[in-house]
Design a protein around this ligand. Structure first.
Ligand code: SF4
Length: 427
């Protein structure tokens, strides 16, 4: 199902002049990505010239030299530094913590919530982002407020910024809006793209929306219009869980084009996150871009279950019991963050997320930007490695990345997309 592309007969590469890279046919161009994640769009003739060994006078020579595509000008130290900085194995800390307030009949209590917040504040990084997830915001309100207040106290004590989001598929009562603003508790509303944007969302300060594509989705431009009219500035449209890849790809393209068109700013978070994994092309340095990595287990996300179990990814809680063990990393209150990098399960999960170990990922032009998590492969195919040719998760990620990279080939959308990646913060 996933599609690596071919270019027909190609000349033998001049191994002295061509640096390791990956390629993909995209529209009428060839997308080349370097080992570190720099990219270049070449015409088919330019790509052939490149493989044969570019002369100094070639119009693309300087660009390809600077981006690390020319073997005889390769700066190995810079390549190694960039590859390491972009690698999930270069792990500063987890970017966001999901606190699952309820699951079935189990509810998170104050002790577990406090220990979960304490744990999150032990993880290194400039800021702490907590996501309190619940179905029923009215029932979960006391616990969400407790978490927001306690995280604010911890921020005062530790001198570290924090932000708490209430993630729910049901809009809280409008009367909560002022209280949520007072506690700096942001609203993250999960919606199906076939539904409607609830009018009351405009009452909440700076809400975010997770828009889940389903086959009966309303038109993408209509969604963008409604979201802008309601003052929503940030939307996550993730390929996770998509099986109709073509339908999703068309919706994603239309959504991205509408979001990139003139109007109040509307950022698509998945695109921003995928682009943040790449080395900055003239934008803010990587260390200033500390945003989230949706979909990436452990480094991007850790989850605390209502009973205190620390899990590598929220979706791992839905795995069959014989597959779940790998993702269970201990319990808040008993497991220290410092123990995680030594756990074999964490090594295995991070190795699974780094495409160098998969024969097909290792050839994929999108490897440096890929966010298909091992738990996503596990969920779809029963193995954290995944079987990429038949992986719906891989195909959907490729469809979204095709849309993004096609827009990176044009000046205006490129500037806007890279601006999203540079400026996104959850704080
Ligand atoms: S899982 Fe990611 S890196 Fe691997 S082939 Fe699919 S899109 Fe490419």
């Amino acid at each position: 199902m996933s599609v690596l592309t071919e270019l027909g007969d190609l000349p033998e590469p001049d191994l002295a002049k061509v640096a390791p890279h990956r390629f993909r046919r995209l529209g009428d161009k060839v997308l080349a990505t370097s080992e570190a994640g720099h990219w270049a769009f070449l015409s088919h003739d330019e790509y052939r010239d490149y493989l044969k060994g570019l002369g100094d006078a070639h119009p693309r020579f300087d660009e390809l030299r600077v981006k690390g595509f020319l073997g005889h000008y390769l700066d190995f130290e810079r390549l190694a530094a960039e590859a390491m900085e972009g690698s999930l194995l270069s792990w500063e800390g987890t970017r966001r913590f999901v606190l699952l307030l309820e699951r079935g009949r189990q509810r998170m209590d104050c002790d577990v919530a406090r220990e979960a917040v304490d744990f999150a504040f032990t993880v290194p990084g400039p800021a702490v982002v907590l996501e309190a997830a619940c179905e029923d915001p009215a029932a979960a309100w006391p616990m969400a407020r407790f978490i927001a207040r306690y995280a604010a106290k911890r921020s005062d004590w530790n001198g570290r910024r924090s932000r708490v989001w209430l993630r729910t598929p049901n809009l809280p009562a409008a009367s909560r809006a002022a209280e949520m603003a007072e506690h700096k508790l942001g609203l993250m509303l999960e919606l199906d793209a076939a539904g409607k944007l609830p009018a009351g969302i405009a009452k909440f300060p700076e809400p975010r929306v997770v828009l889940r594509w389903i086959p009966k989705a309303r038109d993408a431009a209509g969604w963008v219009k409604d979201l802008r009219a309601a003052g929503v500035g940030s939307v996550m449209l993730s390929p996770d869980g998509v099986s109709d890849v073509e339908g999703f790809g068309a919706f994603y393209a239309a959504f991205l084009d509408a979001a990139l068109s003139d109007g109040p700013p509307l950022r698509e978070e998945w695109a921003a996150a995928a682009l943040r994994r790449l080395p900055p092309e003239g934008g803010r340095p990587r260390e200033e871009r500390g945003g989230p990595l949706p979909g990436v287990d452990v480094t991007g996300e850790l989850c605390v279950a209502p009973w205190g179990e620390l899990v590598a990814a929220e979706r791992a809680l839905d795995l069959p019991s014989d597959e779940r063990g790998l993702y269970s990393l201990g319990a808040v209150g008993r497991t220290a963050w410092e123990e995680l990098p030594d756990k074999q399960a964490v090594h295995a999960i991070l190795a699974g997320a780094e495409g160098d170990h998969h024969p097909l990922c290792a050839q994929c032009a999108y490897k440096p930007a890929c966010t298909v998590a091992p738990s996503r492969h596990q969920e779809g195919q029963g193995s954290f490695w995944g079987h990429l040719p038949t992986s719906a998760a891989c195909a959907a990620a490729m469809a979204a990345l095709d849309v993004i990279f096609l827009r990176l080939a044009e000046t205006e959308p490129r500037e806007a997309l890279l601006g999203w990646a540079d400026s996104w913060t959850l704080l």
